[in-house]
Design a protein around this ligand. Structure first.
Ligand code: IMP
Length: 179
């Protein structure tokens, strides 16, 4: 079992790079079927989705545009009552088909706050593509999560863009917090 020590925590391999790449190809094919000739805009959510976005747009093999946003959180004392805003969007998304690309949807809180901000910009449609989803943690079942790489248990993971205090983003596989 491959182990990674990240600061004070120990992680073990959960999804090898080859499984991730296979799944990303399948997601790309599914997106191609729905979005071919729609010239969608993929919007990656930084920093976590930088690798997934790069691999996913190549797997789709359709004409598309790519942009990135960052989530700025402010006020509030806990991660869930903090205000969240998308910053950095550089494209006009009016009447465009949007695929939001995220590394992981956990509670869904981030997207529940972001979607209304994007919807006022009047896109033609918004879908979410997330590599990982923690169904047990999800508190917003109505999010438009149309493309999911892997449903995983409610345990902390790093790798393939995901970090623990900025450690582990460069790993090709996904590693789960060891018991
Ligand atoms: P949500 O708002 O609860 O859906 O959380 C989404 C964000 O929390 C993700 O974009 C990640 O930045 C972070 N996150 C949630 N679970 C994990 C994890 O297991 N590892 C690393 N980051 C995580």
């Amino acid at each position: 079992m491959q182990k990674i020590i990240a600061q004070d925590l120990s992680f073990e391999l959960y999804l090898p790079a080859s499984d991730i790449q296979k799944r990303v190809q399948a997601l790309g094919a599914a997106i191609r079927q729905q979005y071919e000739n729609k010239n969608p805009i993929f919007i990656g959510v930084l920093n976590g989705a930088f690798l997934f976005t790069a691999d996913l747009v190549r797997a789709c093999q359709i004409s598309c545009e790519v942009d990135f946003i960052k989530i700025a959180s402010y006020a509030g004392t806990t991660s869930t009552n903090k205000m969240k805003k998308a910053i950095g969007l550089s494209k006009d998304i009016k009447q465009r088909h949007i695929i939001l690309v995220e590394d992981i949807v956990d509670t869904g809180n981030t997207f529940s706050k972001l979607l209304p901000d994007l919807q006022v910009l009047e896109p033609a449609s918004i879908a979410i593509a997330t590599l990982l989803l923690k169904p047990e943690a999800l508190q917003y079942p109505n999010l438009p999560i149309q493309f999911v790489g892997f449903e995983i248990p409610n345990k902390f993971v790093i790798g393939y863009g995901l970090d623990y205090n900025e450690v582990g983003r460069q790993l090709e596989g996904i590693y789960q917090l060891a018991e």
